[in-house]
Write a new protein. Structure first.
Lengths: 649, 270
């Protein structure tokens, strides 16, 4: 029992350091740093490199990594990214920090380690000194975690409460002008906050290393768990965040006391706790805060179409059909069987990517659980075919329908509190699906999943990759038509209105909640179909392929290719599948992380080009192309009337 | 004309169309509204005036349901609607405009009017929209209404332009049109004339007076320009520091010593 309490305190301490850093940066800049865990991982890698690989003493390596490199990294990120973001809409801020989350770990791995190290040391190398505290034997690394957590917590509270710097940090967000009048440079204050926040991330990372190892996924999951503490503290209260963090750590270890040693509950309970807590608090705050009405300020429209889009629509349609044509006619004839398969599965992913066009592009909402809806579609379909003898086609359709109520519930839980909390609610659902839903024995099947055959229609089975490719493309086209219909319809007008001014939309009687929730539900269905087809292509529905962490990469890919465009969704899906295969086939394995890094960087660029960097570039080029063609047009056609019209236009 | 025009002029003088009853609104310790009561009847123009910070915009927030009052009630045609959503109040015929114009950047002028009309009169169906049976043009009745509105506001030339590209004066006209599109009972106008040139102001006034005369729409007008409101309104309520300091016909208000004191005070400091 004492042992459980102690190890709970250790985890709680790590949560506390990470979440206090998050609160600090949020309070001073209103940006929720999704990448906190990625930054922690980066600094932990650096420390490992200095300490273990180069053999520097722990004290020197620790001071350099946490005390020098981490704040410098914070300053750098502030200068190139966060400073720009402070006036952006919440959606753009979220996407950019999510991009950072995706891009940073691959960069760190390429810089510092080739293979994942076994048993990396913390501040104290083996043999780690051990001490007897209150009858429990603790090693120095464990004690360091807890001491650091308490010291950081107290220090931060003292700084914020009693120093001029702290006062201005709290004031600078809401009263930037006032701060300037007082002779404080608000930019400098925010920069300092980011340096402190990154330092705390780095500290958490180094402390976490001996406990978890240098595994990217376990790092992510653990530090994402600390978001729950941040939600408990409602993104501003330091004491509540601290209490929440320690409480999370304790409850996660103490619960093992009452759990069986093995089986579903033993697997599912512990990792689920932070996310159940997060969802419960989101719902409570949602209900409480909703009682008080707010007159939200008009925000700038997010991820909007360019105003002259209407004029370009014809050109866009041409581009869409060109991409379709190339894919449908040229690709199958020219590709080797391997690449045909890669492309076919890419088209299945593209159907899921289309769900981002609905939920993020049209609905203006950030969802991190589209992959979980896809997983519900895939694994639900596998259940129906394996245990109930259904054909894969109807099974995928019905399983995707099952994803709809999940989508509606998540939307209802998160929507009332705004974009940031919705993103956190979707993240909670994604991790919960991983830890509690997909771990059910019948679904998980010792991580092997269940088989899901190819669908058949009127006795024709889509067994060949070519036929499956056309099936997936056909389903994508149906999805694209649905999205296009929605855009043109009254609901499309409604969503466009909500994106510009939700307040004004409410005052003319638009049922904003209904439109958003329905869009979320529809997107869940579409993701479910995509996931079902993806699993059907590979022949198995395995939980590992629908992991929440991969889902975050999905979002990065979707926004990179442009979340307002159907063509963008198609290209995003194909790129998600083809890029990594290209790198592993033609470039050495040490560059296997490059595609992920590129997707992350693409998402970060959304801070500058809200419509997606690829869409932006393509439009730029097509504009250039049309200009060139226009200037050469009179020469080829020779029509003087045409020429004047063109010149006037 | 539509059915609205035939039924609207039937006035029940006993029950006010819109009423704020003893409304108090506190933000922290500060009372932006302190025990304020205002009433508007069908077909009347109610002016709400007061210097900056008097609580006019807060009153509109409370009336339209974007803010929930700390104390007091809001009533539409005698029914308590406190705590109900802005959408519910819009369906009861209460529409509004904003001091800082809030249009839908990606929608065209025409679509603004269509959206109001369909939100309040139509029967939206998400599924029908998905299969493409819904088209943005709308039914004949809607088209007639929107055409009329576009024409009377002088927006024919820009009706297909996205709102993002409109100059401020035009944007204000569109916002008023959006509020009028479904035949409201009462429209709250938050400083409607600011940013308009004299031609646009005239056009706006014509449309508003026509809505009042033909459809019995009540107008509640917030302005800090006292002279403008005194000239237009049937009744005037004067707010100062969240309190109602005077109420009556324009003539009564003009001669009220309290109002004169408050206004001379503020005018002098300007």
């Amino acid at each position: 029992m004492k042992l459980l309490i102690v190890s709970g305190m250790v985890f709680g301490g790590i949560y506390a350091i990470s979440s206090l850093g998050l609160v600090l940066t949020y309070v001073s800049s209103r940006i929720f740093n999704f990448a906190q865990g990625a930054l922690a991982f980066f600094i932990a890698l650096l420390y490992y490199d200095l300490n273990t690989v180069r053999g520097w003493p722990a004290l020197v390596a620790g001071l350099l990594a946490v005390g020098v490199a981490a704040p410098l990294l914070g300053l750098l990120l502030w200068a190139v990214l966060f400073r720009r973001l402070s006036d952006s809409p919440t959606t753009v801020q979220l996407v950019a920090t999510i991009g950072l989350y995706v891009a940073v770990p691959p960069i760190g791995k390429m810089l510092f380690v080739d293979t994942e190290p076994v048993l990396p040391p913390g501040f104290f190398a083996t043999p780690v000194p051990e001490y007897d505290v209150l009858g429990v034997t603790l090693n120095a690394n464990q004690i360091a975690v807890f001491v650091c957590a308490v010291v950081v917590g107290l220090l931060l509270a003292a700084v914020l409460r009693y120093t001029t710097l702290g006062l201005t940090m709290r004031g600078v967000v809401d009263h930037r002008d006032l701060a300037s009048v007082m002779g404080v440079n608000p930019a400098a204050v925010t920069a300092v906050a980011w340096m402190m926040g990154t330092t705390m991330a780095g500290l958490a990372g180094v402390l976490l290393t001996p406990v978890l190892g240098l595994n990217e996924v376990s790092f992510s999951v653990l530090l994402i768990s600390s978001f729950a503490a941040v939600v408990v503290g409602r993104l501003r209260s330091l004491p509540w965040t601290f209490v929440g963090a320690i409480g999370l750590g304790l409850s996660q270890t103490l619960v093992t006391k009452v759990l069986p040693d093995s089986g579903y509950w033993a697997r599912a309970t512990r990792p689920s706790i932070p996310f159940v807590v997060m969802l419960v608090f989101l719902v409570i705050y949602g209900v409480v805060l909703h009682r008080r009405g707010t007159e939200a300020p008009a925000t700038t429209p997010m991820l909007t179409r360019s105003p002259d889009q209407a004029a370009r629509r014809r050109r866009t349609q041409v581009a869409t059909w060109t991409v379709f044509g190339v894919l449908a006619l040229v690709v199958p004839g020219t590709l080797t069987p391997y690449w045909l398969g890669v492309t076919a599965s890419g088209v299945a992913v593209a159907i899921a990517m289309l769900s981002f066009v609905l939920v993020t592009g049209e609905g203006g909402m950030i969802s991190l659980c589209q992959i979980s809806f896809a997983g519900v579609g895939a694994m639900g379909a596998a259940q129906l075919t394996e245990f109930h003898g259904w054909d894969a086609g109807p099974a995928v359709f019905v399983a995707a329908l099952v994803a709809v109520p999940f989508g509606i519930l998540v939307a209802l839980a998160g929507l009332r509190l705004g974009e940031l909390y919705l993103a956190l609610a979707t993240l909670s659902f994604a991790v919960l699906a991983d830890s509690a839903l997909f771990t059910i024995d019948r679904i998980d099947n010792l991580h092997a999943g269940q088989p899901l055959p190819r669908p058949s229609v009127f006795g024709f089975r889509f067994d060949s990759d070519l036929s499956f490719f056309y099936l997936a493309l056909g389903v994508f086209v149906i999805g694209a038509v649905v999205v296009a219909n929605l855009r043109r319809s009254t609901t499309g007008m409604t969503l466009a209105a909500i994106r510009s001014s939700e307040v004004a939309a409410r005052t003319i009687g638009v049922r904003t909640m209904r439109a958003k929730v329905a869009t979320f539900g529809l997107s869940a269905f579409m993701a479910g179909v995509g996931g079902g087809l993806l699993a059907s292509f590979s022949g198995r529905a395995t939980p590992g392929s629908f992991n929440a962490i991969v889902g975050i990469v999905w979002l990065a890919v979707a926004v990179t290719w442009g979340v307002r465009s159907i063509t963008g969704a198609l290209l995003a899906g194909v790129a998600f599948s083809v890029f990594p295969a290209l790198f592993s086939s033609y470039v050495s394995d040490s560059y296997a992380e490059v595609p992920t890094m590129l997707f992350g960087l693409g998402a970060i660029m959304v801070a500058r080009e809200p419509r997606g960097i690829v869409t932006q570039t393509v439009e730029h080029w097509s504009h250039l192309f049309h200009k060139l063609r226009r200037s050469s047009a009179p020469a080829t056609t020779g029509g003087p009337v045409d020429a004047t019209v063109e010149a006037a236009a | 004309m539509s059915a609205v025009a035939e039924t609207a002029p039937e006035v029940d003088a006993a029950v006010p169309l819109l009423e704020a009853r003893n409304v108090t609104m506190r933000f922290g310790g500060l009372a932006a509204l302190d025990d304020v009561t205002v009433q508007a009847s069908p077909g009347m123009i109610l002016g709400v005036v007061g210097p900056n910070g008097a609580g006019k915009t807060t009153l509109f927030g409370v009336l339209s349901g974007l803010l929930q009052p700390t104390h007091g009630d809001v009533l539409i045609e005698g029914d308590v609607v406190t705590g109900r959503t802005p959408q519910f109040r819009a369906r009861r015929g209460l529409l509004r405009t904003f001091q800082r114009v809030q249009l839908f950047a990606e929608l065209s002028v025409r679509e603004h009017f269509q959206l109001t009309y369909r939100s309040l009169r139509g029967r939206p169906s998400y599924l029908r929209d998905l299969v493409g049976l819904d088209r943005r043009s709308g039914n004949a009745e809607e088209q007639e209404r929107v055409d009329q509105l576009v024409e009377s506001l002088g927006l024919v030339d820009v009706q297909h332009q996205p709102a993002a590209a409109l100059p401020l004066g035009t944007a204000r006209l569109v916002e008023v049109g959006r509020a009028l599109a479904a035949g409201p009972k009462v429209v709250l106008l938050d400083e409607p004339s600011s940013g308009l040139d004299s031609r646009e102001t005239e056009q706006l006034a014509t449309v508003l007076l026509k809505a009042r005369d033909e459809e019995g729409v009540a107008l509640v007008l917030v302005e800090h320009d006292l002279q403008l409101v005194l000239g237009l309104s049937d009744r005037v309520d004067v707010l100062d520091f969240g309190r109602l300091i005077a109420s009556g016909t324009p003539a009564e208000v003009r001669s009220d010593p309290v109002v004169q004191a408050a206004y001379i005070g503020t005018e002098a400091t300007r």
